[in-house]
Ligand binder design. Sequence first.
Ligand SMILES: Cc1cc2nc3c(=O)[nH]c(=O)nc-3n(C[C@H](O)[C@H](O)[C@H](O)COP(=O)(O)OP(=O)(O)OC[C@H]3O[C@@H](n4cnc5c(N)ncnc54)[C@H](O)[C@@H]3O)c2cc1C
Length: 404
Amino acid sequence: MLAAIKRGQYPRGMDFDTIILGAGAAGMFCAIEAGRRGRRVLLIDHARKPGEKIRISGGGRCNFTNFHIAPEKFLSQNPRFALSPLKRYTQWDFIDRVDRAGIAWHEKTLGQLFCDGSAGEIIDMLRQDLADAGVTLWLETKVDAVRSNGAGFEVVTSDRPVNADTLVVATGGKSIPKMGATGLGYRIAEDFGIKVVPTRAGLVPLTFAPHLLEQTKELPGVSVTARVSHGRTSFDEGLLFTHRGLSGPSILQISSYWQEGDALQVDLAAGHDVPEMLNDERRSNGKLSIKNALARHLPEKLAVLIVRSAGLTGNLADQSKADLARLEAALHKWQVKPSGSEGYRTAEVTLGGVDTAALDARTMQAKAHPGLFFIGEVVDVTGWLGGYNFQWAWSSGWVAGQVC
Ligand SMILES: Cc1cc2nc3c(=O)[nH]c(=O)nc-3n(C[C@H](O)[C@H](O)[C@H](O)COP(=O)(O)OP(=O)(O)OC[C@H]3O[C@@H](n4cnc5c(N)ncnc54)[C@H](O)[C@@H]3O)c2cc1C
């Protein structure tokens, strides 16, 4: 296992070929590749341990990739940009690596691959590879400044200044600041005159204004399979009512497309024509109350709210066509306007970032600054929920690692 070299323990005056800022998924992967090429690599992070987001990912089991990697599963001002790295280092390459490390995995749903055991197995694999590749890892090291020094780059750290020919920025986004996210990579890009696409929280729970919270106050904890749509984009996955608004996979997914002020269309019983089913039931069981009839298809608390909001009372037999049409609107075509999102505090990712137009997709190198690379989440490439973001980290880290 790699022993971290701590502040003050490294011989003074020693330079490196490559310095990588950020020992997350992308930075570690890039460092391994560069180290395997014989480069003298220094990997710096201010955290106590590398790969902290890997550790907490996928509910502790790390959803490390997805069978269905494709450009349309990524958001970016130029979604085609991701194609080249994703094709050069694919999900099959990563699966092969996990297999070779003897890590057992399974497909959960929608092509999402998780460790059978814990996310720690992925971190152990990467740490072993870092050690084998001879990478120097400085943890608990703050980056104070980064500058170009003509021949290469100087990084001023809380330990001491270090120089290298090339510099890779892999400091991730702004999500979950308490896990070490700082936004440093965006500041470095701007210092080098590289455009940063405005950032916002993605894969994040959405919040309600007080009047909507009042309407849904009985529902926190209730979950259904829903179709949530924003324009032409829809996700059919779980939806969870919370004390703040809405969460669950369908909401996290659509949150990356949603902007403040937008409404969402929600089908709370996706894949079922509930009014039609109630119509059928009316013939055989007309005396059943509309509330109890609906509760056969939905969680009871939600059924009560839908019946109330559609203004329905009485038995199935009492319901007119117009009543069932109102039920259909309340259930299958709920228009809801979240007031905001929970923000970076709970967001899984940061949308926006270093403009892909400034980078060469074959190498992740800044076109105007030879030797300067940006990889992983700091770049304006954001995947759907489901292993897409780690695959982007592996792929972009791998391509940079071939040349940096
Ligand atoms: C709760 C949660 C669960 C997730 N689950 C999944 C999942 O199952 N599957 C999936 O594909 N994606 C998941 N993601 C998203 C995924 O974790 C990220 O997309 C991925 O970690 C990005 O990798 P990265 O290396 O670019 O950045 P990061 O993993 O964020 O790594 C950046 C590193 O840079 C370091 N750093 C930052 N600023 C500084 C600084 N100023 N000085 C020194 N070091 C610095 C940080 O400490 C960190 O180690 C999840 C995210 C969260 C928050």
